[in-house]
Design a binder for this molecule. Structure first.
Ligand code: HEM
Ligand SMILES: *[C@@H]1O[C@H](CO)[C@@H](O)[C@H](O)[C@H]1NC(C)=O
Length: 435
């Protein structure tokens, strides 16, 4: 007990020393106060691309926060990591981005949609148990696909992720978003990675749904180059994205799960294919469920996977409009509304989905949703629909159950309309098809 008090005191001391340092690092983003259900007050720093560097994922439950989800275990870990953490906080830097220079099209925001059911009967929920213990064979994909042909493949990919994560922890959120946007548009075929295609024409990357909101391409190039050096022509770019997404979630605290491999790379990438195939931040629950159904995923997969918003950020143009009309604003916690107004100095500013544990995959995100602290209208809507609300409640109270479902749902996502066998090709580099 005395030891714990000592550790806490040490952490507070580090925080006290670092707070002015941090504040002065973000002159445009003063610390903002957000309250939690614990009734305590947290200091969270919102701002553009605070590429906070962490030596280890266990540091991610930021010690300057008094949010108590990770209790004693993480307290012990913090003791071990304290010195590293101290060093890395000092290395925290602020990267300026010239957003004005990016020719960004504002997404179309359609008319006000409301009228969600107002009654939420509690569902009788069974305890969540781990599903699918045996290796999965999904749509011709299988676990350990590269065991014989490139045994070091998964390790090369994981090391690449860890290397990048240690330099810039925002990469962990960027990669799974790329994967979703690859898989929902003509299947998981690496088409989002293409810069040019034999047919020419505008590529998927140029869609407003992608544009500045997708990144991570350099890391994929690096990893792909290393793979080609070790086992030329073996590992597809689409598989790199699949494994890398897993590694990103694991680096963010999700327990390890096996990923099926065997995807082949597609040869086309057309901006027209994006329309209607990616979810939008003002989608209704109906629209999201329909989209997921079309891709072979169900409403539960949707709610499970939306937990990916436990990490990462959204740009203000994706949610600030909610404060413009009273009907929409009433679905935003007033304190979050203030944070939005305060932090969104422009539409290109960003806020973390889950500001309390931005770099950590945890069920805090679902808890926040239940308190109207969801940044996106679409995320918040999941608490208002009879088909999804019970699941949000369930995952908010059962992190382990959600973890177990997450890997299974990711493998379902990773099996959407895949090319396998002799279909497609194994690209030599991810930005262009082999001719
Ligand atoms: C189903 C409805 C969904 C909608 C409407 C949606 C929408 C969005 C939006 C608007 C952003 C912010 C982009 C930006 O402003 O930069 C975002 C970010 C993100 N999304 Fe989703 N998303 C959905 C589902 C998913 C799923 C299923 C995943 C799982 C892979 C996912 C993973 C992410 C991640 C990790 C980020 C953070 C990206 C970053 O920080 O770089 N999303 N999403
Ligand atoms: C480190 O991260 C920054 C962005 O935060 C990026 O510009 C730079 O290329 C990264 N360095 C390496 C070695 O990945």
């Amino acid at each position: 007990m005395a030891a714990k008090v000592g550790i806490f005191a040490a952490i507070l001391l580090v925080c006290a020393i670092l707070s002015p340092l941090l504040a002065s690092s973000f002159p445009n983003h003063r610390p903002e106060f957000l309250e939690h259900d614990s009734g305590k007050t947290d200091v969270t720093i919102h701002g553009d691309n605070n590429n906070v560097v962490h030596a280890n994922v266990n540091d991610i439950a930021i010690p300057c926060s008094n949010y108590e989800t990770r209790n004693e275990r993480s307290l012990k870990e913090k003791k071990k990591k304290k010195n590293k953490n101290k060093k890395n906080k000092k290395e925290m830097n602020h990267h300026e981005h010239d957003f004005e220079a990016f020719n960004f099209e504002h997404p179309q925001i359609e008319g006000v949609r409301h009228g969600y059911p107002q009654v939420f009967p509690e569902h009788n929920v069974d305890p969540i148990t781990k599903e699918h213990e045996e290796p999965e064979i999904l749509e011709g994909l299988r676990e350990g696909f590269y065991q014989n042909t490139c045994p070091q493949a998964e390790e090369i990919i994981r090391n690449g992720l860890i290397r990048a994560f240690q330099n810039d922890s925002t990469i962990a959120a960027a990669i799974p978003r790329l994967f979703l946007h690859d898989c929902f548009v003509k299947g998981c075929d690496g088409s989002i990675l293409l810069d040019t295609t034999p047919t020419g024409g505008k590529i998927e990357k140029l869609s407003p749904s992608n544009g500045i909101t997708v990144k991570g391409f350099e890391l994929i190039d690096e990893i792909k180059a290393e793979l080609e050096e070790n086992c030329p022509g073996i590992v597809s770019c689409s598989d790199v994205l699949a494994y890398l997404s897993r590694d990103a979630f694991v680096a963010s605290g999700l327990p390890h799960y096996e990923v099926s491999g065997g995807r082949r790379d597609g040869m086309e990438s057309r901006v027209e294919n994006v329309v209607g195939n990616l979810p939008l931040p003002d989608d209704t629950v109906d629209q999201m469920i329909q989209l997921f159904n079309r891709k072979g995923l169900n409403a539960e997969d949707l709610v499970v996977l939306i937990g990916a918003h436990s990490i990462g950020v959204a740009h203000c143009f994706n949610f600030l409009y909610r404060m413009d009309t009273p009907e929409k604003a009433q679905m935003v916690d007033p304190r979050l509304g203030n944070v939005m107004k305060f932090t969104c100095t422009g539409q290109m500013s960003t806020i973390a989905f889950d500001a309390t544990t931005q770099y950590k995959m945890d069920s805090v995100f679902y808890k926040q949703l239940l308190m109207k602290k969801g940044l996106l209208e679409s995320d918040q809507a999941l608490t208002q629909d009879i088909r999804t609300r019970g699941l949000v409640q369930r995952f908010s109270n059962d992190e382990v159950g959600w973890f177990n479902k997450f890997g299974v749902a990711m493998n379902k996502l990773g099996a959407v309309e895949v090319l396998t066998g002799n279909q497609g090709q194994i690209r030599k580099q991810c930005r262009a098809v082999n001719l």
